[in-house]
Ligand binder design. Structure first.
Ligand SMILES: Nc1nc2c(ncn2[C@@H]2O[C@H](COP(=O)(O)OP(=O)(O)OP(=O)(O)O)[C@@H](O)[C@H]2O)c(=O)[nH]1
Ligand SMILES: [Mg+2]
Length: 218
């Protein structure tokens, strides 16, 4: 199978304060690497990963890794509109980063209208729990996730715990949104692209029709 073939492309944006570990999550997910010292992101970085969401349905994930620092906000805001998914990341040992999650969520919702954007909330650096560095309880984080109507995952890029699970959960949510019609491929919007002219609702539950006419759209 040609690994560059894909049926859908989803654009996903990383959101959260500086140093919560957004770039580290992407490095772990796309390269299985962790670095103790990582440069702060300047503006926006770009990562790609492929995921098979069901047999013969491959999704190209394009990640926009935004800088959490306030001074880059005008640059990073311009990426919100063309995103279909967002990972809202806070550091379990940094209370302020948790307090800012609702602002990140609200800001994206304001810019993405009228398109749908789906989120997953990530309590990051879960490895720090053993060092008694946790300042946000699981209960509080789950309550916030409930208010925002998004799933919650605790993860660590250092140990690798739940990093893949968080990205896959978001990808599968978006794919389910496509199948249900909550998310739609639209002209003039780059959040989701399809390499096929037909709608996902025309696919059989097993993705049978997608098998017939795959095209290279890389
Ligand atoms: N203990 C621990 N440290 C982590 C983890 N993930 C990242 N870090 C460290 O946290 C620091 C910041 O990580 P980054 O990934 O650069 O954070 P960021 O959110 O991309 O920051 P900006 O680019 O400034 O927005 C780095 O020193 C990482 O090594 C983790 O899971 N556990
Ligand atoms: Mg970064």
């Amino acid at each position: 199978m040609d690994l560059t073939l894909w049926q859908y492309q989803f654009r996903i944006i990383m959101l959260g304060d500086s140093t919560v570990g957004k770039s580290s999550m992407l490095k772990r997910y796309t390269e299985d690497l962790f670095m103790e010292c990582l440069n702060q992101t300047v503006g926006v970085d770009f990562y790609v990963h492929f995921l098979e969401v069901e047999p013969n349905v491959r999704v190209k994930l394009q990640f926009w890794d935004t800088a959490g620092q306030e001074r880059f906000r005008s640059v990073t805001r311009s990426y919100y509109r063309n995103s279909v998914g967002g990972l809202l990341v806070f550091d379990l040992g940094n209370r302020t980063s948790f307090d800012h999650i609702e602002e990140w969520h609200q800001e994206v919702l304001e810019h993405v209208q009228p398109h749908a954007v789906l989120f997953v909330l990530v309590g990051h650096k879960s490895d720090r729990e053993e060092a008694a560095e946790r300042t946000v309880s699981k209960d509080e984080a789950e309550k916030l996730a409930g208010r925002l109507g998004v799933p919650y995952v605790e993860a660590s890029s250092k140990t690798g715990e739940n990093v893949t699970a968080a990205f896959e959960l978001l990808t599968r949510r978006i794919y389910q949104g496509l199948l249900s019609g909550e998310v739609q491929v639209r002209d003039g919007w780059d959040g989701v692209k399809s390499s096929e002219p037909r709608r996902p609702s025309q696919l059989s539950p097993t993705g049978e029709s997608a098998k017939e006419d795959k095209k290279c759209a890389c």
